[in-house]
Structure formats: structure tokens, C-alpha cells
Design a binder for this molecule. Sequence first.
Ligand SMILES: [Zn+2]
Length: 259
Amino acid sequence: MSSDSAAVVFHHDKDVASRCRLCDTEGRLTFEHTPPRRCFNGHGVTLSSLESEVRGLRRGEQFQRGLGRLALCEKCNRKTAVWYGDAFASWTQQGFEVLSRAKGIWIESAAFLIKPSRVIKQASLLMIAQSHPQMHRNNWYRDLCTKLLSPTASGRPHDFRVLLYMLRSRARMSGMAGSISTRTGNSTVVYAEVALPPFGYCFMPDETATEALVTEFRMADITRFFDFGLDQASNEFLNFPILTPDGIAPLHYRDGTSQ
Ligand SMILES: [Zn+2]
């Protein structure tokens, strides 16, 4: 284990440290880059999270060689990287190109040629990799894991939606939280938010509050990516905002509308 990866092992509970977040089996977890190193995750990243806050790292936590966690067993790490890694790297690359051309804080009709099913499954793994093992108690979480462990399974996981935006600023990861918009008073549960340039993903329950959020932030709802077959490619034209995460709580942005 490298020295900077040792710094991210936050949970001291033995069970927490050794239970795979994806297949829920007990065993040795391996430190892997999440997302895979080839998805532009091989160099320095500054991350804001609850962990960085608890450890007094107000300016975020430094990862010298890319972001990663001890979260998945070796088997799950290896399998999912093979299934979803390349498609996600291509999506990320296209995202950086869109972002480099973007002016202002809104992106209209950005074109992506992608394999949507593989993209959304790897994106969902970003959330899985930083969640608590006890999340397996939740139906929606177990259903999601089943879909991620079966690459050819299409269809949306139960009670699960994924909203998308873009960001230029430093990374932020937020675990399960309740969030109230100070602007509209809408309250909602967020399963997790993973903001890792060029894309930010909000993982949400499938409920009315999520609908309100889509309207408020104008994020793109990409949940339908789950409907595609594993090797089905698609031209996707997406509209979404460029937001600047502010602090460690999900759904709070400097240039957005939650302030
Ligand atoms: Zn596993």
C-alpha cells in the first residue's frame, strides 16, 4: 500500500475495513483507483469530503497519485474495471473536451458517442466505492449491486436515479445526507454525490423531490442509461449546468442555485 493510500483508510472497525462494498463478502480489500487510473485518475487530486473535514483538512485532502479507496475485493475490482473501465474513460475524455470548449455556466446539447450502460454502471461504482458496508441493508442498494455485478443486466435499479452536471473545480464526495434547498425549501435525501472533474453525479431516490431538483438545478437525468444493452452505443445529446461545489454537503454550489 502506498503512503497516500494509507491516509484514506478512515474506518477503524475491522468488519467495515474488510467487507466488499459491492459483493458484500468478507475478505481482503485491495486499494484500487476509483475510477480506474486510465480515466484521468492518475495524478494529484484535492478532495473535499466528510473525512477531510473530520480530520481538520479544511482545504481538502491531497491524493498524490489519483483517487482511490479500500472498498472492493480484488475480484470485484478486476471484473468491473474490465467491464466498464474503457467506456468510462472514453466518456470522461469526451467530457473534458466539452468542458474545454464551454463558456459560461450552461452546456447546451453536448454530443457524446458512448456505451451508456457501461458508463452509468462505472459511475454508480464511484458511489459504491465510498459507501458504508451497512448500506447493503437497503433494498435499492442491493438491487443496484446486483445490476453492477451482472454486466448484461439492463433496466433501472429500484428507487435509484442519477443526475449529471459538470465541474471544473476540485473533487467532492458526499455520502448519504438530507439536503434542504435554502432557495426553494425543497428537502430531499441524497444517496451520495460524487464530483470528480469533468462530471458531477448525484445519486438520488426515485421520488418527487428528485424531480424538483432536476428542475431547480437543471441537471441532466441520465438514469435511462441503464436501459441500454451492454454493447449498445448511442449518440447522446445532453444539456447540463457547470457548477462549483461549495463545502462538503451535497447539492451545495457556489455558482448554482442552492445558496
Ligand atoms: Zn467484491
